[in-house]
Design a protein around this ligand. Structure first.
Ligand code: PEP
Ligand code: MG
Length: 515
């Protein structure tokens, strides 16, 4: 009998196969056979041996952590106090993990990276095999508590899909799985029930794992998956419905290194450039970073810094808050640090002027009232921005979309935050995935209200949250009147194909049904 487990789908595709579980962390028993520096070198050596291609940057960051002199000093001090090297390493890495967890948001997600290094270092010291990917000798569905960057970075083609108990939509697992086109489900609380050899079907769009599939079903699902992948890889051209209604399919990026599809960038998350900065990036430095993206030409929708809560920017030195998601974040940072926005707008305008082949649009995140939208638009225009917009991430702004559009040229709906604030559910919370489901009618009604305002005012209203990359939802969004969709570049082919298979009339009928 088949049985279904649910989690959050973070990388689309349906595939089936046998489960292979990741080796667990080493137990802290027995005595060490290596001292602290030897164990750390062994870990660095192992990671160096695996660094290759796009994984290199991630593994380099891991190697830097292992070679951190502070960590060595802390662990050596503990051994000098009489602790066995494995226990000293365990304690030194744990202190580092705790500090990251206390910082919260993006940093807390990096704590899993340090935890992985701790397990490797402890295993090395105890002379046991370091934890890592299983090698069952055939293609498999990888099931783990969580994956470290080192694990995700070295996934090979034997991994058909990934299922993890922990992790969120912004975890390394999610990002790399999407980039590689490997279906993935994270935050699946019952992943621990899956045993080696269980036959399962994983749906990375719906976020489900079905246990108890037959060998025959596995073959059929795998054939369909491979056929879909080959077909999507060959797909080209702009986004449009079967009857020719154009819907530009744009890409979400965090830097010039991220891939961009044919129709430009719909969301450039500029804060990703500066997440680990302790000092403010200068005007010139910002100009160069933006120019690196603009120099490719085409349309680029740049977002001003979206700092705070899940994306803290240490260089801003913002005060600690009890409830940061409801505090000073996004455009609200301007209330306390107005020069930051001025510098950023100037850098964007200079970079745009130097790269005339780019069509630069600028928008602000976390806008709540029309007065904020009007003030932002006036500021941006005064500094030379020609197309100014705002993101819709707060229900109050969605309800006033028409009034906002009286002051700006376009809206871009951030469904990740709009879900969080509409359903009062932390977007990183694995236990609230059902509330964060973009098919929730309350969310779609807010999207519909914005789209309607855009149609009335003759101004574009796009979606740039994760919902835009869901091939099943895309026709619904178009039917609601959304004019463009922006997603990770790897999601574009499936959305293109989905839209090409329906007419605008069918999209509208689907939208009406869903509402
Ligand atoms: C969103 O909130 O949907 C969005 C696109 O912005 P971010 O995910 O960067 O907060
Ligand atoms: Mg957002």
């Amino acid at each position: 009998m088949s049985e279904k487990l649910t989690g959050i789908g973070v990388s689309p595709g349906v595939i089936a196969g046998p489960v292979a579980r990741m080796a667990g962390p080493p137990a802290l028993t027995g005595r060490s056979v290596l001292n602290v520096p030897e164990a750390l070198s062994a870990v660095a050596l192992q990671l160096r041996g695996r660094a290759a291609g796009e994984a290199e940057e991630i593994l380099e960051a891991q190697i830097m952590m292992v070679e951190d002199p502070q960590l060595l000093e802390d662990a050596e001090r503990l051994t000098a106090e009489g602790l066995d090297p494995a226990r000293a390493l365990d304690r030194a890495f744990s202190a580092h993990e705790k500090a990251l967890l206390e910082l919260g948001g993006y940093f807390a997600e990096r704590a899993a990276d340090v935890e992985d290094l701790r397990h490797r270092a402890v295993a090395a010291a105890l002379g046991r095999p370091m934890p890592g990917l299983p090698e069952p000798g055939h293609p498999y569905i990888l099931v783990a508590d969580d994956l470290s960057p080192a694990d995700t970075a070295t996934l090979d083609s034997a991994v058909l899909a990934i299922v993890t108990r922990r992790g969120g939509p912004t975890s390394h697992t999610a990002i790399l799985a999407r980039a590689r086109g490997i279906p993935a489900v994270v935050a699946c609380p019952d992943a621990g029930l899956l045993a080696d050899g269980d036959l399962v079907a994983v749906d990375g769009s719906l976020g489900s794992v079905r246990r108890g599939v037959t060998e025959r079903e596995i073959d059929d699902i795998r054939d369909a998956f491979l056929a879909t992948r080959a077909r999507l890889r060959d797909g080209r051209g702009p986004g449009r419905t079967a009857d020719g209604h154009a819907v530009p399919l744009m890409s979400n990026i965090g830097s010039a290194a991220d891939p961009v599809g044919e129709e430009g960038v719909g969301l450039f998350r500029t804060e990703f450039l500066f997440l680990d900065r302790r000092t403010a990036p200068s005007l010139e430095e910002q100009e160069a970073a933006y120019a690196a993206v603009f120099s490719r030409g085409g349309k680029v929708v740049v977002r001003t810094l979206d700092a705070g809560t899940d994306k803290p920017l240490p260089f801003l030195g913002l005060a600690e808050e009890e409830n940061p998601a409801l505090g000073i974040r996004g455009l609200r940072v301007d209330r306390v640090l107005p020069e930051v926005l001025n510098t950023q707008l100037d850098a964007m305008v200079r970079a745009a002027a130097a790269n005339p082949s780019a069509e630069v649009w600028v928008m602000a995140p976390m806008v709540t009232t029309w007065q904020e939208a009007a003030a932002f638009a006036a500021r941006a225009r005064a500094r030379g921005v020609t197309r100014v917009g705002v993101m819709i991430e707060v229900p109050a702004a969605a309800l006033m979309a028409r009034e906002l559009l009286e002051h700006v040229d376009f809206l871009s709906i951030g469904t990740n935050d709009l879900s969080q604030y509409t359903f009062a559910a932390d977007r990183q919370h694995a236990g609230l995935a059902d509330l964060l489901d973009p098919w929730q009618p309350a969310l779609l009604r807010l999207v519909a209200a914005c789209a309607r305002a855009g149609l009335e005012m003759g101004k574009p209203v796009g979606v740039c949250g994760e919902a835009a990359g869901d091939p099943r939802l895309a026709p619904v969004l178009v039917g609601l009147g959304i004019s463009s969709l922006s997603m990770s570049a790897t999601s574009v082919p499936a959305v293109r194909e989905s839209l090409a298979g329906v007419t605008l009339g069918q999209c509208r009928a689907a939208a009406a049904g869903v509402l």
